[in-house]
Design a protein around this ligand. Structure first.
Ligand code: NDP
Length: 457
């Protein structure tokens, strides 16, 4: 495998150095393949550079306002606090640069050749690399992996939408806006609403549907809405922008219900689309499906048997750890002779809203659609941390079980550290845990998580 063939420069050429591409490239190289990788932006991809990681740093930053408020009940008197957006962004940028460097080092250590270039397929095996400096070259590869991720989607039918930012720009704003309007009701919208609100911006969230976070368990959606509203986010459902105009250094938003809003910044968080356009994919025989997603089989193989795709470019389950698993499974299958397919059926995930969400398995609605009968256990309580003070933040825990087998079908948590809790609930569900297994587990006291082993219907 390691020998350079007469006919190709690489055994594997990976397009996109994000979570999925980097994992696949490193593993394939360690299995002896000669691997090249191209990245047109920064090594590390969306998650590291302008997604999960910097987002969580901003979430941490935005929590301090509440911590300062709550400190008084524990006897602390803090001097008047102030916040510097510039300091936060500079520190965040430093950390992101450090992480990106680690990705570069790890790729090099594994023997992967890095090309800072945009890659386009000239034909099914030939990749043209348009380098940052303006140069161009062509390489030939035996296998190609498309790991180009996704890019923010903006509805083009809204006049003035070009004034709006997306999460890409939110990480590099020169200053914190005094007022912001966020459009969308998904992961990114609720996370950034919490960030901007916590940092002191007057935050309005406009969502076109009936309740935020469509697809999540209804109890979570409703409870998160209430908790975010308590913290000061102005959530307006069944609300959408008809047009955006500039007005006196700010923006005037005409809403579809004919009302008008004025704000300093508009951010669209209306989903992401696979980054697969203008890459010569269809011309090379790769089939693209809805929204430009690469159509792949369970082994991430496209319509061309030597071209594979992983991660958001395939629009399966658009989460970093899933892309990493898909990248690893691809490398195992193609370069280590062990066929591996990723099971997408039970994926735990967290939303870093405030409070957080942790969720795994079926929602109540889906469970009822699939089973004749389901048992639903639910509890709501105030965390011990808020026993002192006046903050009325509710934690919600919900478990769905199949009464016939006893098997737990879903766990849904809203509350501080829900993301940490759901990782372990995910292990239990992966092992096929029953409600009795949870009940037989001794509680860890005093924690919030202990409620998971004492749930009553
Ligand atoms: P989502 O798909 O989660 O949400 C998109 C939202 O925008 C939905 O509320 C949708 O409404 C709304 N929307 C879509 N089109 C329009 C439109 N034309 N006008 C108005 N509203 C519209 O996408 P995000 O952008 O929030 O996140 C992208 C992906 O990134 C997610 O799918 C997720 O997988 C990933 N991600 C994961 C995170 C995590 O794991 N914590 C964090 C951030 C992102 P409707 O419900 O009506 O369709």
């Amino acid at each position: 495998m390691s020998e350079k063939s007469e006919n190709h420069d690489y055994d594997l050429f990976v397009i996109g150095a994000g979570s999925g591409g980097v994992r696949a490239a490193r593993m394939a190289s360690e299995y002896g393949a000669r691997v090249g990788i191209a990245e047109e932006y920064r090594i590390g991809g969306t998650c590291v550079i302008r997604g999960c990681v910097p987002k969580k740093l901003l979430v941490y930053a935005s929590h301090f306002s509440e911590e300062f408020e709550d400190a008084a009940a524990f006897g602390w008197s803090a001097p008047k606090t102030s916040f510097s957006w510039a300091a936060l962004i500079a520190n965040k940028d430093k950390e992101i640069a450090r992480l990106s460097d680690i990705y570069v080092k790890n790729l090099k250590r594994a023997g992967v050749e890095i090309h800072q270039a945009r890659a386009v397929l000239d034909d099914p095996r030939r990749i043209r690399l348009k380098e940052k400096g303006g140069g161009e070259k062509t390489v030939r590869a035996q296998h190609i992996l498309i790991a180009t991720g996704a890019t923010p989607f903006l509805p083009k039918d809204v006049p003035g939408v070009e004034y709006a930012i997306t999460s890409n720009e939110a990480f590099h704003l020169e200053e914190l806006p005094k007022r912001i309007v966020i459009v969308g009701g998904g992961y990114i919208a609720v996370e950034f609403a919490g960030i901007f609100n916590g940092l002191g911006a007057e935050t309005i969230l406009l969502y076109r549907g009936e309740e935020i976070l469509r697809g999540f368990d209804d109890s979570l959606r409703e409870a998160l809405h209430q908790e975010m509203a308590k913290k000061g986010v102005d959530i307006r459902v069944q609300s959408d922008i008809a047009r955006i105009d500039k007005a006196n250094g700010a923006y005037r938003l005409a809403l579809k219900d004919n009302s008008v809003l004025e704000t300093d910044l508009v951010m669209y968080a209306t989903g992401r689309v696979p980054n697969t356009r203008e890459m010569g994919l269809e011309e090379a025989g790769v089939k693209l499906g809805k929204g430009g997603a690469v159509v792949v089989d369970e082994y991430s193989r496209s319509a061309m048997s030597h071209i594979f795709a992983v991660g958001d470019a395939t629009n399966r389950v658009n989460l970093t750890p899933v892309a990493i698993r898909e990248g690893a499974a691809f490398a195992e299958t193609v370069f280590n002779g062990r066929k591996r397919a990723v099971d997408h059926s039970l994926v735990p995930s967290a939303v870093f809203s405030q409070p957080q969400i942790g969720t795994v398995g079926l929602t109540e609605e889906k469970a009822r659609a699939l089973h004749d009968e389901v048992d639903v256990y639910e509890t709501r309580f105030r965390a011990l941390k808020h026993a002192l003070g006046t903050r009325d933040e509710q934690i919600l825990m919900k478990m769905i079980a199949d009464p016939k087998s006893g098997k737990v079908l879903g766990v849904h948590i809203l509350g501080s550290e829900a993301g940490e809790m759901i990782q372990l609930a995910g292990v239990a569900l992966q092992m096929g845990a029953t409600k009795s297994d949870f009940d037989a587990t001794i509680a860890v006291h005093p924690t919030s998580a202990e409620e998971l082993v004492t749930l009553k219907r």
